[in-house]
Design a protein around this ligand. Structure first.
Ligand code: LMR
Length: 422
């Protein structure tokens, strides 16, 4: 009997088949666990009934359950039945993109009217960042990206895989648990003119520390002086203040100063559309002609990667934002999520203070957005996980969205136990 050995492409007698077969993937080592999504994997594998997940940045209600917003349910009712399953264009849903640009740049933005923005639907914030990183590599091949310290861990992976060299700039000040504004400004000044910077538009992940409006003005001014390019990742619009319009302030300040920025937007958090992977990448251009060219190139990058983006989430978003009543409901629900988190910040701090913690926990209520950058060490986090079944990232980030009235006491007690002798 004759067999074809696929790897060698030769006809072999059975028996010699085994010895000739090649192990194609012998050299492949297991990848390290993702520092954020790996925490969810470990949480799911833990059989303890007391386990708490404050790892991933995903909103939970006060019973610790994932939430589907009422505006999303209503949008789904409306689109049920008439959903056509055709491909979207390579750049995604035009209606969704139009509505999304208004959230970032303002309802009456001249840039939108003048068609100066190249924008495409993207696979949520990650996809938008990656598309931009690939665009940067293709059209500014010698540039690097300045990334804040710390940042969302995946930013490093995104620009690494796009082969864009990375540099860093100061952002967080561990002692004050606030912004290291002076060092940040120094780094902006010292970077070569025309450098690319990654900025978090609001609710900085993982620190929950944002520049004030005044500081944003100074940053924008310095960017102007140096001719830097600002790329804003706006994954948490609405989660900082409860108001998406207010949370776009940093971007609006840059627009006032005439910057041509880039922006990644995501509906994972503020519409709870995590798994739908719906977002947008926009790049402001000098004029409409340039915007048409840039958009066509973004589409060219998308085509061999995923061809065109998924339709359902985009339809949900455009249905909500295109209807004044549903949009109003959405804004109320965003505020509700932000307020619950603010309430949990106060509760966690109060509980720790009542336990007599010798440490200051003021930063829990000072920081904003979904995360508290607690200051706990990786070893203290390991103790929380091993002794109390509390799951969080080893950088000490607590996803406040996972804290509830039911678990806040337990969480505070465990944090107190692992930090009191520090
Ligand atoms: C997070 O920071 O937890 C979220 O943005 C989820 C993710 O993909 O990492």
């Amino acid at each position: 009997m004759l067999l074809r050995n696929g790897c060698a492409g030769r006809i072999l007698k059975s028996g010699s088949f085994r010895s000739m077969s090649t192990s194609w993937w012998k050299h492949v080592e297991p990848a390290p666990k993702d520092p954020i999504l790996g925490v969810t994997e470990a949480f799911l594998a833990d059989p303890s009934p007391d386990k708490v997940n404050v790892g991933v940045g995903a909103y939970r209600d006060d019973n610790g359950k994932p939430v589907v917003l009422e505006c999303v349910r209503e949008a789904e009712r409306r689109i049920a039945g008439n959903l056509n399953m055709e491909y979207l264009p390579m750049g995604g849903s035009i209606k969704m993109v139009e509505e999304t640009l208004k959230l970032a740049y303002g309802e009456n933005s001249d840039l939108i009217k003048e068609k100066q923005i190249a924008a495409v639907q993207a696979l949520s914030g990650t996809g938008a960042c990656r598309l931009f990183a690939d665009f940067q590599k293709r059209f500014s091949p010698d540039s690097q990206i300045y990334i804040p310290v710390p940042t969302w861990a995946n930013h490093h992976n995104i620009w690494r895989d796009a082969h864009v060299p990375q540099n860093t700039f100061h952002y967080y000040h561990p002692e004050s648990r606030g912004l290291d504004f002076a060092s940040m400004m120094e780094d902006i000044k010292n970077a070569p003119n025309g450098s690319f910077f990654l900025l978090h538009a609001c609710a900085h992940n993982p620190t929950g520390v944002d520049p004030t409006e005044e500081q944003w003005r100074e940053i924008s001014h310095q960017f102007k002086v140096k001719g830097h390019f600002a790329f804003f990742d706006m994954a948490y619009q609405g989660f900082a203040s409860g108001d998406p319009e207010r949370d776009a302030k940093s971007i609006r300040i840059f627009l006032e100063d005439g910057h041509l920025i880039g922006c990644a937007q995501s509906y994972a958090k503020n519409m709870g559309l995590y798994g739908q992977r719906v977002g947008c990448l926009s790049v402001i251009c000098e004029d409409e002609k340039q915007a048409v060219a840039v958009k066509s190139q973004l589409q060219q990058l998308a085509r061999p990667m995923y061809s065109n983006p998924p339709v359902h989430g985009a339809l949900v978003v455009s249905t909500i934002l295109g209807d004044p009543e549903l949009k109003k409901l959405w804004l109320t629900e965003v505020k509700g999520m932000a307020d619950r988190i603010i309430g949990m910040r106060s509760a966690l701090r109060e509980n720790l203070e009542k336990l007599g913690s010798p440490l200051s926990w003021e930063h829990i209520t000072k920081q904003i957005g979904m995360f508290c950058y607690s200051g706990m060490t990786p070893e203290q986090v390991d103790r929380l996980t091993n002794e109390y079944h509390i799951y969080m990232t080893r950088n000490g980030r607590i996803s406040m969205a996972g804290v509830t009235t039911g678990n806040v006491g337990f969480l505070a007690n465990a944090i107190h136990e692992v930090t009191k002798s520090a």
